[in-house]
Write a protein that binds this ligand. Sequence first.
Ligand code: ADP
Length: 532
Amino acid sequence: MAADGAARAGPRPLVFRVDDSTPGVVQSVLLERGWDKFDNREQDVEGWNLYWRTSSFRMTEHVNVKPWQQLNHHPGTTKLIRKDRLARQLKHMKRTYGSPLYEFIPPTFVMPSDYCQFVAEYFKEKQTLGTKPGYWICKPAELSRGRGIIIFSDIKDLIFDDTYIVQKYICNPLLVGRYKCDLRIYVCVTGFKPLTIYIYQEGLVRFATEKFDLGHLQNSYAHLTNSSINKSGASYEKVKEVVGRGCKWTLSRFFSYLRSWGVDDLLLWQKIRHVVILTVLAIAPSVPVAANCFELFGFDILIDDNLKPWLLEVNYSPALSLDCSADVSVKRKLIHDTIELIYLHGLRNERHGRGYADDGHPGGPLADADRGRHGDACSPLSCEPLFHPTGRTPNKDKPDVKKVVGTRPESQRASPRRDAVPGKDALPSTAEPPSKRKLKDRLAPRKASTPPCLPRLPSPAAWSPAAPRGPAAGGGEAPDAHAGGFVLIFPFNEATFRASRDGLNVKRIIQEFQKLTNKRCSQAAEKKTKIR
Ligand code: ADP
């Protein structure tokens, strides 16, 4: 009888739980999707499905999580967040695997413990450079938003009183209209065992608001790209050369700008994906096992004028405030798509009746309420590789994402296509080369340029069409290829799938990376010979 009543009343909405730190956009997106906000005075203490907060959860909270619940943090991920720990993890990977693959973090010293090593390196560089200055940046290990950062050329200007990192300052950043920028790349790890990493195809580009000038190292508005700093600068509202007003672009606008100057954005995107995978791989073996949780990271990546991406830091709980139109267009969709993704990796279990529906707990029938958002069309087995690595749809005849992923209104839909740059994001007609003439000259003749020396990772559908997927497949299923604008980047082939499924075999995965890199390099060399 009770079940009948429930059926007549229709599916109950999913319930989200928040605290004072939960970003407003998360709450508004969930309400928009028809979720209810958890109220502990009215609801059963366990009657929620998603708890989203800024700070991490205690281990007891992870242990006690119920099958119908999801937490927005994974235990053990803070190893990537503190700048000193990140540096140490990546140094360890480099030492262990002796691989140039890990040369994407600028040389870094943790203060005070590495002080002597830094001094030795500083004077060694000084000798090499002769009269030319070298540049370093000193950052507090635990602070964020550009607080406490100093850039220096002379060691006598180095001051630190706590745990800091001193890092080689990238003094040849890719400039847009003479402004420095860095990229905020969103990454969602839906599980560490097996390791499953998705990258978001849209993101943000943050600009300094004063022109880059190595003659004025103390000018934060020229050297730091944090929007928390630049939005209070005098030039924030000014229409700046190429960049325009404000201090942010969407990533798609940035890539389309690069493309307009002949830059191989696919190759750049591929390098960025590698940085992400190799970084997560550094902590994956030591992360504790935890179910029903995920981690949305913000990777800060600076591109230099050789188009090499450098990892600056990894943020957990990346800022989700909506300060400008780029924020609004990226972050709302990002949250919608994160919800789509966790459907695929947890919440949808209820929908497919894994036994929670009949226990009388709110967890059971709840998930149905948001079903329309995800849609049934993207059956895990039928998912086609919809996305090209930079969001270009490879074949016009392939179904567009909107036909496949659900019924969300057009205005809320994620999965922006990089080649479909929205009108408001169109490049200014005064667009200039991304950086110096040198870069333009080197990159302009796209056809004649050297083919990329890095592997292009196949999409999962290419390597595991027959692999069982989805809830019915049990624990060993291959992950879904995408959800909204999220695209699976790890595992990236059958071998890495196997190497991450039964315990994480990092050595095997690194070998796979190297194999692909070597293959790509020899293909590039072959192509070069043919051109000659
Ligand atoms: P925070 O956590 O305080 O934001 P970041 O490491 O992200 O610290 O650095 C803040 C800003 O400083 C970056 O957005 C970037 O513009 C600049 N920056 C940081 N490290 C470097 C570096 N090694 N080379 C060049 N610029 C850097």
